[in-house]
Design a protein around this ligand. Sequence first.
Ligand code: 1OR
Ligand code: 1OR
Length: 329
Amino acid sequence: MLSDVDCGALGVVEQHRWDLMKKRKSVCGETYNPDEEDEDTEPRVIHPKTDEQRARLQEACKNILLFKNVDEEQLSQVLDAMFEKTVENGEHVIDQGDDGDNFYVIERGTFDIFVVINNESCLVGSYDNQGSFGELALMYNTPRAATIVATSEGSLWGLDRETFRRIIVKNTAKKRQMYESFIETVPLLKSLDLSERIKVVDVIESRTYQDGERIIAQGDKADCLFIVECGDVRIAMRRKSMVEMEGGEVEITRCGRGQYFGELALVTNKPRAASAYAVGEVKCAVMDVKAFERLLGPCMDIMKRNIAHYEEQLVNLFGTSVDLSEPSP
Ligand code: 1OR
Ligand code: 1OR
C-alpha cells in the first residue's frame, strides 16, 4: 500500500505533482503504434526459476494492474523474464533522475518514496509489503520521477525495460485505443487535456458485475472510484430516520454509461454513503484512490459541486438536513 506522508509541505508536493505532469505531457501525448514493433525479432529474456520461486512470483504479481490486460502467453513471458532481487535496509533501488532500467514488483519489504522538491529531498509516501514501482520512466520515456529506498531487508521481482516495453507498453497502447472514444464521452473528465486522459486510461481497470450484484456497500471503507462503461447502477441508501422499505433501503438515483459514483467517500475520507447495485450486467472502469488523487485534481471542482447537490437532494428525499459525511447508521 502506498501511503502519503506529509513532508511538511504538502502544498508544495501537490504543486510538484502538477509540474511533473506538465513536463510529461509531451511524452505522454506521443502515440505508440502497437503494430510498429515486431515482437518476434526481439530476443526473449528468460531467467530460470525454481517451482518455489515461480509460485512466490505469481503470488506477488496477482494484483498488479499493469499485468491484468496481458493474455496468458504474454504473462508467462513476463514471468519468465522477471528476476529476483534481494535488497538491504537502506539500499537505493531507484534514484530520481536516472534512466529507467527495470520495473519492480514488491514481494516483501518496506520502501520509502522521496521526491526532490525545491532542492530538498522530501518523503512523499511509502510501500508496505505490496505494490510495484518504476513503471513511469519505462512507460513515458522519462527520467526516474522519484527515489525509492528500502527501509527493511526485502525482496523484489524486476522486469527489464525491453520486455516491459515489448509486452506491457504494447498492451497499454491497445488499452488506450480501446478506451479512447469512451473516455472522451465521460463528462467528469472533460476538464482534463488529452495527455491527462491518457494517464487515466493507463490506470483504470475494467470490472464486470452480474444483475443484482452489490458493487459498493454503504458504510464500507472506500478505495476506488467507478465510471459506468455499460449497464445501469442503482444507488440505494438506508437512514435511521427512514420508514423501513424493502431491504431497508431506498433507491436514490441511477447511474448510466459515462457517469461516475464512489467519489464521495474518497473526497470526504468517510465510509461509503450509499450502496450501489448492478441492474443487468454492468461493466465499470475502476480507478484506485492513489490514482484518483494523482490524476483527478482538475476534476475536483465538478465533484464538489455534485456533492453539494447531493446534500440538497438529501433534504428533499429524507426531509432532514443531514451531513453526508456523518457516519452511516
Ligand atoms: P519511475 O520509473 O519514475 C520512480 O521511478 C517511481 O516511483 C515511479 O516510477 C513510480 O512508480 C514511483 N511521483 C512519482 N513517482 C512515484 C510517486 C510520485 N510515488 C511513487 N512513485 N508521487 C507520490 C504519489 C503518492 C508524487 C510526488 C510528488
Ligand atoms: P460513496 O463513495 O459515498 C456511494 O459511495 C456513492 O453513491 C457515493 O459515493 C456517490 O457517488 C453515490 N447521496 C450520497 N451518495 C450518492 C448520492 C446521494 N447519489 C449518488 N451517490 N444523493 C443524496 C442522497 C439522498 C443523491 C440523490 C440524487
